[in-house]
Design a protein around this ligand. Structure first.
Ligand code: NAD
Ligand code: UD1
Length: 316
């Protein structure tokens, strides 16, 4: 039995990870400021330290006695990063450095969330890890910065790390009420309530939607793969889905006729984004991805159950 720290453990992805660790018999400590996460997302048995991941003294305290750290705390919104450049940078890169710095005393392994946002617009699909990173948002730039600092942590301070470039993650507990939430939770929330959805632009832009269950498997395997070489892996399915196709798939999962409106395209929108999962498959040994339709059914069942917290059983 090991003790793990999860920063951002009250959030969407972190709370699924906490549940998986507890289920396999490990202990979990969470550091979270509850800005977008919620206590209800934690199972009893998780110790919660409430506060800021960019506070070095608090992070050092949170790291005491743990066997490894999963660093997921971030302001996970491209749009908020555009509005509050420096404020989000303090959390998204400053928080990562605080975690890596605290890990160096005991040389603890750190698995951290990077993002497909590091790639920006790419000409070649599917995107492999070897593609040149060209972020178009401050959020993506801070995730790329996190990867660079992880490299320094390994090379200069002996801290083993593993970075995971999540593509578009979806699943139960992604808040459908937040305007900064992912498209799947917004579409499911609205269609399940009989409301229309708005597609930004023509809807032909593609994304790689990866179920949170697959992301949790990648995080757990990432802890084993953490090394001083600071590897980074895509966490994706390799399957592109257009936003228009998605709207129809969500309508089918909700059992409603789709009511689709089109609004103006988003500024700085990435047109095509889907990843190559081969390297992660080989090095992290991830199994078959959850099919989009099955994952959508999970989200709809969770919404219809009244969006319950951690004791919900909606984990794959
Ligand atoms: P989330 O907002 O649900 O979770 C983030 C958690 O971090 C929340 O519980 C929040 O309260 C906490 N947090 C935010 N600022 C903090 C601070 N200053 N100090 C302490 N805690 C703080 O988002 P998520 O989707 O679960 O994202 C988890 C990680 O995965 C993030 O690093 C995000 O950037 C990354 N990611 C997510 C996606 C996705 O599609 N959801 C894609 C790529 C990368
Ligand atoms: C998402 C993540 C980001 C991550 C990135 C990785 C969220 C909120 N953001 O950004 O953290 O780093 O993937 O690639 O999960 N759309 C509509 N109508 C809506 C909402 C969205 O048409 O009501 C469209 C968007 O214009 C976009 C697509 O759906 O084309 C996906 O949008 P969104 O879920 O916000 O994610 P990304 O912007 O891809």
């Amino acid at each position: 039995m090991a003790l793990f720290l999860i920063t951002g453990g009250c959030g969407f992805i972190g709370s699924h990870l906490a549940t998986a660790l507890l289920r396999r018999g490990d202990q979990v400590r969470v550091l979270d400021d509850l800005s977008t996460g919620s206590r209800a997302n934690l199972l009893p048995g998780c110790a919660l330290l409430e506060g800021d991941v960019a506070d070095p003294a608090l992070v050092r305290q949170a790291m005491e006695g743990v066997d490894g750290c999963f660093h997921l705390a971030a302001i996970a919104s491209v749009e908020l990063g555009m509005r509050d450049w420096l404020g989000t940078h303090r959390v998204n890169l400053g928080g990562t450095i605080a975690v890596l710095d605290a890990a160096r005393a005991a040389k603890l392994p750190v698995v951290y969330a990077s993002s497909a946002a590091v790639y920006g617009d790419q000409a070649v699909m599917p995107i492999a890890e070897s593609a040149a990173a060209r972020p178009l948002s401050s959020y993506g730039a801070d995730k790329l910065g996190s990867e660079q600092h992880a490299r320094v942590a390994g090379a200069a301070h002996g801290v083993p790390t593993c970075g995971l470039r999540f593509f578009n993650v979806f699943g139960p507990r992604q808040d459908p009420r937040s305007p900064y939430s992912g498209v799947i939770s917004i579409f499911c929330g609205r269609m399940a309530a009989g409301q229309p959805v708005t597609i930004h632009g023509d809807g032909r832009q593609t994304r790689d939607f990866v179920h949170v269950g697959q992301v949790v498997r990648a995080l757990l395997a990432g802890m084993e793969a953490a090394s001083l070489e600071a590897p980074v892996f895509n966490v994706c399915t390799g399957r592109p889905t257009s936003v228009l196709e998605l709207a129809h798939a969500v309508a089918a999962a909700c059992g409603v006729a789709p009511d689709i409106r089109h609004g103006p395209g988003r500024e700085g929108e990435i047109r095509e984004s889907y990843g190559n999962p081969a390297l992660a498959g080989e090095r992290l040994g991830l199994g078959e991805a959850v099919a989009l339709e099955d994952g959508l059914r999970d989200v709809v069942a969770w919404l219809r159950a009244g969006s319950p917290g951690a004791a919900d059983g909606f984990s794959r």
